[in-house]
Ligand binder design. Structure first.
Ligand SMILES: O=C(COP(=O)(O)O)N(O)CCCCOP(=O)(O)O
Ligand code: NA
Ligand SMILES: [Zn+2]
Length: 283
């Protein structure tokens, strides 16, 4: 009982809120995230990077997510984050993912269009949603100069052509965010977001949300972002809690004694993010 991401995001776009694309890295991330979303009555997009699939094992991902969603009343999608090839996308679809990202943002425009079009045809033929990316989301934050912005940030007119030619359900745009921990304060290009949304009234995705001030994420949601990806903030919440536990009790060796509190820390952080995105009671 997974749902296609497109359904979740269509409602979010219509009603002006965003839904978390929360990455799972192990059992505790999955449990913390799904419990928080259920208690907040929020729709949820669970996502795994290719690295997480390698670490967990795709059969375990599917098995754990099936267990997590067996009795749930909230709409949940299982999404491949940053899919790097048609082959990986098809593997996830075959295993039961309800949504996939094919990330061709580092290819030339025409190559990105060709690859994404191929994925959309295959995925849509079996009811699976597709996210793609145009523009370059930074890997590590460093101050982007103006001309670099035009070289790396999403061009609104290109975005219109891209969506028309590919038929994607959601578009990840580059407006100043970066994956991971920021060095400086990220400056989001809200004018560019406004311009893109005015030309493309469709679900838009913000990557790299960890480390972006809450008020900036809230503003981006108001301006038309409908999916917000978060990973690092949850990884840091988990890790910091475990460090605290070991500071207090260095001789602990039962993993439940430190992974359990780590799970609780993730859950608390997820609730904060759901409040920030406005998806509480939108299930
Ligand atoms: O946009 C985001 C989240 O960005 P954030 O971590 O800044 O919140 N994402 O798409 C998550 C990226 C996860 C990468 O995971 P691996 O290390 O397993 O490859
Ligand atoms: Na980030
Ligand atoms: Zn990302």
């Amino acid at each position: 009982n997974l749902v296609p991401m497109a359904e979740i995001l269509k409602k979010a776009n219509k009603e002006g809120y965003a839904v978390g694309g929360f990455n799972i890295n192990n059992l505790e991330f999955l449990q913390g995230i799904i419990e928080a979303a259920e208690e907040m009555n929020s729709p949820l997009i669970l996502q795994t990077s290719e690295g997480a699939i390698k670490y967990i094992g795709i059969d375990y991902v599917i098995g754990m997510v099936e267990a997590a969603t067996k009795n749930t009343t909230i709409p949940v999608a299982l999404h491949l984050d940053h899919g790097s090839s048609f082959e990986v996308v098809m593997k996830c679809i075959r295993h039961g993912y309800s949504s996939v990202m094919i990330d061709g943002s580092h290819y030339p425009f025409e190559e990105n269009v060709r690859l994404v079009k191929k994925v959309v045809e295959a995925a849509h033929s079996v009811g699976v949603s597709v996210e793609a990316e145009l523009g370059k989301i930074g890997g590590t934050e460093d101050n982007v100069s103006v001309d670099e912005k035009d070289a790396t940030y999403t061009d609104p007119d290109e975005a219109v052509e891209f969506v028309e030619r590919t038929g994607v359900d959601a578009l990840a745009i580059a407006i100043g965010t970066a994956h991971g921990v920021y060095k400086g304060k990220p400056e989001l290009d809200f004018d560019r977001l406004t311009d893109i949304k005015s030309k493309l009234d469709m679900p838009l995705v913000l990557h790299g949300a960890s480390g972006v001030p809450t008020e900036d994420v809230e503003k981006a949601v108001k301006l038309g972002i409908n999916k917000v990806n978060v990973n690092t903030d949850f990884q840091q919440a988990f890790t910091e809690r475990i460090k605290e536990i070991f500071d207090e009790k260095p001789d602990l060796y039962d993993p439940r004694k430190y992974c359990g509190p780590g799970r609780d820390a993730i859950k608390a952080k997820v609730k904060e993010k759901i409040k920030m995105l406005g998806s509480q009671n939108k299930a």
